[in-house]
Design a binder for this molecule. Structure first.
Ligand SMILES: *Cc1c(COP(=O)(O)O)cnc(C)c1O
Length: 228
């Protein structure tokens, strides 16, 4: 039972150090523990160690875990590709969706979010390296149009932008796509769409992301170990 607890302690220290080195406060960076393909027991251990935010990228696996863990204090983030026939379950059981890239999905989430729950937090996913095999918005114009539409939808709250860049190993190169995502958020702010979230950075590039303003880093293996 020590492993996840110990990993979390180390990661929190590393995130705080990165924030400090970047001239930011440690509490400006939120750790999203990506629990996809990890057992319920690992989530329970992380929760016992004070971890609150968890990320899943498959709807059914996420629902099963949310139900099995049964802890109302946890915050569940959907970070995977979302198909239209799965939006209802996500709208009913998750607190955040990081991967909205189409108006159709946003409209369905808005319609299906129960009145009894707070607004669903939304990030728009940007395909920042314009990769063929990845989802996400590619043009500034498409991003702007979707953001303008999402802020008008009831029961959704547009929080910011998310990206999953191509793998780079050099720190300075890792910063480039994250800087671009930050600039896209500034571009939205300039037309009156204020957001407070940049969901960027994973186990191998969180430090570069924090230097470029990440407010949520999504970390899986460094917290839980290799996926099953
Ligand atoms: C799996 C995943 C992560 C976490 O990746 P690690 O390399 O294990 O930290 C982060 N974001 C998304 C969207 C993922 O699918």
């Amino acid at each position: 039972m020590i492993r996840v607890t110990e990993n979390l302690r180390k990661i929190r220290d590393l995130l705080a150090k990165a924030a400090n080195d970047a001239g930011r406060s440690a509490d400006s960076v939120r750790l999203l523990a990506v629990s996809k393909k990890q057992p319920v027991s690992s989530v329970l251990e992380a929760a016992a160690a004070g971890q609150r935010d968890f990320g899943e990228n498959q709807v059914q696996e996420g629902l099963d875990k949310i139900q099995a863990v049964a802890n109302d204090e946890l915050v569940w983030h959907f970070i995977g590709h979302l198909q239209t026939n799965k939006t209802k379950a996500v709208a009913e059981h998750f607190h955040w969706v990081h991967s909205v890239d189409r108006l159709k999905i946003a409209r369905r989430l808005s319609n299906q979010r129960p009145e009894s729950l707070p607004d669903l937090n939304i990030c728009l996913e940007v395909n920042i390296d314009e990769e063929q095999n990845k989802s996400g918005l590619v043009t500034v114009r498409a991003l702007t149009e979707l953001a303008e539409a999402v802020v008008e939808l009831p029961r959704l709250r547009l929080r910011g932008l998310m990206c999953l860049p191509a793998i780079r190993h050099d720190f300075d190169e890792q910063r480039v796509p994250f800087a671009r995502l930050r600039e896209l958020a500034h571009g939205l702010a300039a037309i009156g769409i204020e957001t407070d979230t940049l969901s960027m950075g994973m186990s191998d590039d969180y430090r570069a992301a924090i230097f470029e303003g990440a407010t949520i880093v999504r970390i899986g293996t460094a917290v839980f170990g290799p996926r099953q």
